[in-house]
Ligand binder design. Structure first.
Ligand code: TYM
Length: 340
């Protein structure tokens, strides 16, 4: 178990597949950046998760580097956060197998993300079903106390808690039971084209759905200008389904300006309709995204540096995950030779 006197440990992950979008940034990445130093952070580019649906191999390599560069550009500081690629630490796959063997299949069949993804496919890969077990291994191998994620991942973190508890029950206290950390605002940024569905990586290439974090200023302006709203004029927070589009734009603005709802509404009290709202929101988004985009472009030029940082992160991650998987194996009754 982890030392109670040390900093709280944080683990989170992100897939190198599809286009990174504003939802990923507001719901997760931005918070990972803000919490650095205050807590002990581990951030993982989860390439093993990405292959639970087929990925073109060249594309996967490319996306993994891009995501590393993007996270660094967004402010992840490798001196304060252990940033690494999941497949570089073998303990994740090994830990997932051990946890597969304590996880009833009924727990996985209940996962809403699995059900939604599986419904869209003719032939569902086994990895897609056991995906949340790998996610549990990610978290539990680092004895993480907190897992900062968007709303869509809450069920997976709750499953990780159940798996940890079951393991501890069977083999004795070994795994820290983690807490999901879901932000009060921005946990579920909605699609600009359909504000009743969350903004998602898989739809991020659909025109008008998302602001991709690599979009140019003009593309951002155009995407937000086209955002679906309603036929009214009132710019206030309102949970009703008809106002979902306006609510989403106000939420984006609120997270990026760190204002209260009252302050946000006051900012728009003299606006002349949704056109003004969209213009203001677009400029706030551009102010946040443009500097990240330019740092990202610089980082992508220096592949050697990216590879060096990946190696440093993996080494540090291994130093935590390998002893944990060894402890798990010993508790389960495996003979664990010293060299493993
Ligand atoms: P992924 O790659 O789909 O998303 C990365 C993070 O972005 C958040 N997010 C959103 N937040 C607000 N609004 C949205 N529309 C939105 N869309 C995505 C996600 O909640 C997530 O925090 N299974 C995970 C990756 C993972 C992981 C882990 C996370 C693997 N192992 C261990 C935490 C701990 C996933 O696919 O995230």
């Amino acid at each position: 178990m982890s030392d109670p006197t040390s900093k709280r440990r944080v683990f989170s992950g992100i897939q190198p597949s599809g286009n990174l979008h504003l939802g990923n940034y507001l719901g997760a990445i931005r918070r990972w950046v803000d919490e650095q130093g205050e807590k002990e952070n581990f951030i993982c580019v989860v390439d093993l998760h990405a292959v639970t649906v087929y990925q073109d191999p060249d594309e996967l390599r490319d996306q993994t580097r891009r995501l590393m560069a993007f996270l660094l550009a967004a402010g992840i500081d490798p001196r304060r956060t252990t940033l690494f690629v999941q497949s570089h630490v073998r303990a994740h796959a090994e830990g997932a197998w051990l946890l597969n063997c304590v996880t009833p299949i009924g727990w996985l069949e209940r996962m809403t993300q699995y059900k939604a993804k599986a419904a869209k496919q003719e032939s569902v890969l086994t990895g897609l079903m056991t995906y949340p077990v790998l996610q549990a291994a990610d978290i539990l191998l680092y004895s993480a106390h907190e897992v900062p994620v968007g709303e869509d991942q809450k069920q997976h973190i709750e499953l990780a808690r159940d798996i940890a508890q079951r393991y501890n029950h069977l083999y004795g206290p070994t795994l820290v039971v983690p807490e999901p950390m879901i932000p009060k605002v921005g946990a579920r940024i909605m699609g600009l084209d359909d504000p009743t569905a969350k903004m998602s990586k898989s739809s991020a290439s659909v025109r008008g759905h998302a602001v991709a974090l690599t979009d140019s200023d003009d593309e951002i302006r155009r995407a937000i200008k086209r955002a679906v709203t309603d036929s009214g004029r009132e710019i206030v927070f309102d949970d009703s389904p008809e106002k979902a589009g306006v609510n989403n734009l106000l939420t984006i603005y609120q997270v990026l300006t760190s204002k209260s709802q009252d302050e946000v509404e006051a900012d728009f009290s003299t606006a002349r309709g949704y056109g003004d709202l969209k213009k203001t929101v677009a400029e706030v988004v551009i102010d946040a995204v443009a500097p990240i985009r330019s740092r990202y472009e610089e980082l992508m030029e220096d592949r050697g540096e990216l590879d060096r940082l990946m190696a440093i992160g993996a080494e540090r991650a291994r130093s935590i995950a390998e002893p944990k998987v060894r402890e798990m194996k010993e508790k389960m009754g495996f003979i664990v030779p010293a060299e493993l």
